[in-house]
Ligand binder design. Structure first.
Ligand SMILES: [Mn+2]
Length: 201
């Protein structure tokens, strides 16, 4: 097996500072402190269920709103994933998952396509306005997926098929994305070279 696919990035803006390291060929261990507790919980789940080792330290203007910090961490995570994937030779490329959390059920499909796209459907009405944990606006789930998919170069479809509890819904979505990404990034021993008829992804 080739060497682990790793990346490390630091990004500083007037709104946040993000330091992030990852290993796509890890075991799912993580050390995450974004200063946004519910987002830490989601990124910990993403690392665990995608078998990505992930270290994130972020600080931002969360006294205004956690929005900038969640967006910026998602951008950097996407950039690091893109860098770590390299030329994408020998990977499965596609992954899909259906993940429950009690009453919530989320489906995710990932194509490591190099063509950023997000289709995101099914969250119940009002979810986007709910403050999960008193600080994480439901709308940030989609916003995080947008930033991640765009900067990693993923085609991502996420659908919520059922759910009532906002914490469960968000967590099922992140875990489904993680499981689909785990499959897509995995080495497939039957794949020779880059899995595209174009010869590039
Ligand atoms: Mn939870």
């Amino acid at each position: 097996m080739s060497s682990p696919r790793t990346a490390a990035r630091t990004r500083t803006t007037s709104e946040s500072t993000v330091e992030l390291e990852l290993n796509l060929d890890g075991t799912g261990s993580s050390h995450i402190d974004t200063s946004v507790p519910f987002f830490d919980h989601m990124l910990t789940a993403f690392a665990k269920h995608s078998l990505t080792d992930l270290t994130v330290r972020a600080s931002g203007d969360v006294d205004i709103d956690v929005h900038h910090t969640v967006e910026d961490v998602s951008i950097v995570l996407g950039q690091a994933i893109r860098e770590a994937l390299g030329d994408k030779s020998g990977i499965s490329r596609y992954g899909d998952a259906l993940v429950p959390l009690d009453e919530a059920l989320a489906q995710a499909v990932v194509d490591i396509s190099g063509r950023p796209f997000l289709v995101h459907e099914g969250e119940p009405a009002g979810f986007e306005l709910h403050l999960i944990g008193g600080h994480f606006t439901g709308s940030l789930v989609r916003h995080s997926f947008e930033a991640l998919s765009f900067h990693a170069g993923l085609t991502t479809h996420v659908r919520v098929l059922s759910g009532r509890d906002p914490h469960h819904i968000a967590e099922a979505e992140f875990k489904a994305l993680a499981r689909a990404f785990r499959q897509a990034k995995a080495h497939d021993p039957d794949v020779v070279g880059i899995p595209s008829t174009k010869g590039a992804l």
